[in-house]
Design a protein around this ligand. Structure first.
Ligand SMILES: [Zn+2]
Ligand SMILES: [Zn+2]
Length: 495
């Protein structure tokens, strides 16, 4: 797209003529004076407010959008910004020059640079405007939204919930460090209700689509008066207005200064923890005056340090909701198991541990470091049971296999780190084969250990890290779990 410029007024040009420019080449983009008599389109308002969208993402004509621009209700923003000799993407914040590429653009008839980093959301190049809303804000009426939940919070949950309410008033930041199985979702209910009662816009963001799918119906159930909107890669109705959005961190690229309260769940999970652009997406989706809640069972070293040095408000929930201590992992040395596996064998200490459980019909969740080993390991244990499966991230039958495990139809489920979090099986034992592998970070190992003993009826479970050399990650994971148990005991949170 090219624009004709006449004294600060841009007009989409239909033909490529010399007097027109691409948006990236226009030095100052000013808004037009607001015409208060203009009858704006409320559907466009609720769609666009707090967002930066491509024209293709707006289900109204270019003429309609342009009318709003002329009357001071919309703005054309640069998608890709050229700053002297480098490029920057205004949607995803990418400024890494290796993540830009150029092509012969049919739209502007020039060599056009585009952002490769957020291309999955539609291409943004030098001639792509991002449309934003600068008219009056949607009047959100959620002051009567009521939390419909009759459950009881544990002592730890209650403390975190109170703290969250304070933070919402103060518009500051809080880290909730809750052990696996603490019941962190319930902790959020009161705070969300409070924000809604103040007509605030709330977002729960998470790196994982699975979590969006799980949380959205849960929140809808307890807040029946408002529409809860799930947003993820393939979701429909992405552009509806909702006072409570459950979104993947990726999808937040479209939002700018939108939310009064953002709750970031699993901040330590892949890919958020490794992707500066996703962190940018979350930060830019916040309003300048807003509250931010970070939620995690396994904060990384940097965050743990921040807590120790009191550089951030934080609250811990060291006990599970069922008030039993977290099962702690055992370390068992098993020699060079990879070498043995090449010959289709495994160290007897592992074989014994697993077959014992197969015989006593106690289910085992076995984590292994590489997909390539899965079939070999499976073949070995097929000698003892036909009821076993392997599962990994791209497995098309992932859901079905997890379901089979839940229904107790399997003796053994062999998995990669994909099941390290987010799943609950009752009454299982957990083993890690090759715990020394670097894929098993301390967070991963804490999460893996967190799969055992989750249910009130079966609060115990064995966890063994079979290893060929103890690592710092293993020791750190064990220490974190022991510390949580110690803290929970001191605070009287255990039965
Ligand atoms: Zn172009
Ligand atoms: Zn980008």
């Amino acid at each position: 797209m090219r624009f004709l410029i006449q004294s600060n007024l841009l007009t989409p040009a239909t033909k490529t003529i010399e007097q027109t420019k691409r948006i990236a080449d226009i030095p100052n983009l000013l808004s037009q004076p607001t015409n208060s008599n203009f009858h704006y389109n409320p559907d466009l308002q609720s769609l666009l407010q707090g967002k930066y969208l491509l024209l293709e993402e707006i289900p109204f004509s270019v003429e309609e959008v342009h009318r709003h621009y002329i009357n001071g209700y919309c703005l054309y923003n640069k998608g890709v910004e050229k700053r002297r000799d480098f490029y920057c993407c205004n949607r995803c914040g990418n400024a890494n020059q290796h993540h830009f590429a150029s092509f012969h653009c049919a739209r502007c008839k020039e060599i056009c640079f585009y952002c490769r980093n957020c291309i999955m959301m539609g291409r943004i190049s030098e001639c792509t405007p991002l449309i934003s809303w600068i008219g009056p804000a949607v009047v959100q009426k959620t002051k009567d939204a009521k939390l419909q939940w009759k459950g009881q919070l544990s002592l730890g949950q209650q403390r975190a919930s109170n703290k969250m309410e304070q933070i919402i008033d103060q518009q500051s930041e809080l880290l909730i460090w809750a052990v696996c199985g603490a019941g962190k979702t319930e902790v959020l209910f009161k705070g969300i209700e409070k924000a809604l009662k103040q007509n605030k816009r709330v977002c729960i963001a998470t790196p994982r689509t699975d979590v969006v799918l799980e949380l959205a119906p849960r929140l809808q159930e307890v807040f029946p008066d408002i529409p809860v909107l799930p947003i993820y890669g393939g979701s429909e109705d992405k552009q509806l207005y909702s006072p409570l959005i459950i979104s993947t961190t990726h999808q937040l690229f479209r939002f700018k200064q939108t939310f009064d309260l953002i709750i970031l769940d699993e901040m330590d999970a892949f890919p958020y923890s490794y992707d500066a652009n996703l962190q940018y997406a979350v930060q830019t989706a916040r309003k300048p005056d807003s509250a931010m809640i970070y939620l995690t069972a396994t904060p990384n070293k940097t965050w743990r340090k921040k807590c120790q040095q009191n550089k951030i408000n934080y609250v811990t929930i060291p006990a599970r909701y069922h008030k039993h201590p977290l099962p702690t992992p055992q370390f068992t040395w098993c020699g060079n198991w990879e070498k043995r596996l090449e010959k289709g064998k495994l160290p007897s200490v592992i074989i014994d541990w697993i077959t014992q459980r197969i015989h006593s019909r106690k289910q085992v969740l076995l984590f292994i470091p590489k997909i390539a080993y899965m079939e070999k390991v499976k073949t070995i244990f097929e000698q003892w049971t036909p009821h076993l499966e392997t599962v990994y991230a791209e497995d098309p039958f992932r859901k079905e296999k997890v379901q089979k495990m839940r229904k107790k139809q399997l003796d053994l489920l062999i998995t990669t780190t994909i099941l390290e979090r987010g799943v609950t099986f009752s009454n299982i034992d957990v083993a890690v084969l090759g715990a020394e592998n670097q894929i098993f970070t301390d967070s991963a190992l804490v999460q893996i250990s967190g799969r055992a003993g989750r249910k009130k009826e079966y609060p115990k479970g064995d966890i063994v890290f079979f290893h060929y050399g103890k690592t710092n990650a293993m020791t750190s994971a064990k220490k974190q779990i022991e510390n949580s148990n110690k803290e929970a005991k001191e605070k009287g949170m255990l039965i």
